[in-house]
Write a new protein. Structure first.
Length: 266
């Protein structure tokens, strides 16, 4: 009788062990990355950046101080002041990305001594001699804030990247007017949940840009890539963004991102 009881007690344990583990979803992979690394959970960020543009060799270098503010619902604001070289020193740039509406971009230069709003057609042109705009780095924050009403997140087959096993999440935005790309593919390390690569596809579904992150450092409990390389796959050029002096959640005032702050210049 005792033997029969023992065998019966083992049945539910064996049955549970035989059940397949619930598969992760694309949204769960992103949510786990946020909980572990806080890629899009900060309120504001200030940093210094060096932007190196390459074709076959190093073409241009730019220096700037960047101030950003983001909200959990996906709004993003960026104010940049260029500090070098001399031909762009003092140039101001403001990028406003309201949720569900078109971006605004404003530029003030010491030569013109006035602020100019960029036309919609200029939004994704080369940015002050760099290969691509800082807007591409903003998108890395914003797309991870989307919910199911704003995008479809699908977990693809696991792929290695530089020897690291990675979850690959395919993100398709539902508002193509606000985000002018057809889809994004994000590589998160299976062990560390760090975001190592993002592929951006144009509206013709062709690979357009590839972003690679490196040199992660935990700053104020936020995983921060100290270097990002943005490649224009279709044109064979790339820009390397190096960041330093990164500070999070320092209560940056809202008026930093006011259009009037750009219009008054420096």
């Amino acid at each position: 009788m005792r033997r029969r009881f023992t065998l019966l007690a083992l049945v539910p344990l064996v049955w549970c062990a035989a059940r397949p583990v619930a598969a992760l979803t694309g949204r769960e992979v992103i949510d786990t990355a946020q909980k572990k690394n806080g890629f899009s959970t900060w309120r504001d960020r200030v940093l210094d950046t060096t932007m190196e543009t390459y074709t076959t060799s190093l073409e241009r270098t730019r220096e700037a101080t960047v101030t950003e503010q983001t909200a959990s619902r996906g709004e993003h604001r960026t104010f940049m002041e260029f500090t070098g070289p001399a031909d762009v020193n003092g140039t101001l740039f403001l990028h406003l990305s309201p949720r569900g509406d078109k971006d605004q971009q404003w530029v003030w230069t010491p030569v013109s001594r006035k602020a100019r709003r960029l036309a919609d057609a200029s939004r994704d042109e080369n940015f002050f001699g760099t290969d691509l705009s800082y807007r591409d780095l903003e998108l890395l924050v914003r797309i991870q804030q989307w919910n199911d009403d704003e995008s479809t997140a699908t977990l693809e087959v696991e792929e290695p990247l530089d020897g690291k096993p990675c979850h690959v999440v395919n993100l398709v935005p539902k508002n193509q007017e606000e985000f002018p790309y057809s889809r994004y593919r994000l590589w998160f390390g299976t062990a560390d949940s760090l975001l190592w690569q993002v592929e951006v596809y144009d509206l013709a579904a062709k690979l357009f840009k590839r972003v690679r992150m490196d040199g992660y450092e935990r700053i104020q409990d936020y995983a921060t890539a100290k270097q990002s390389e943005i490649a224009n796959v279709q044109y064979g050029t790339h820009t390397v963004f190096k960041v330093r002096n990164v500070r999070y959640n320092s209560d940056v005032p809202d008026d930093v991102f006011a259009v009037s702050n750009v219009q008054k210049g420096r």
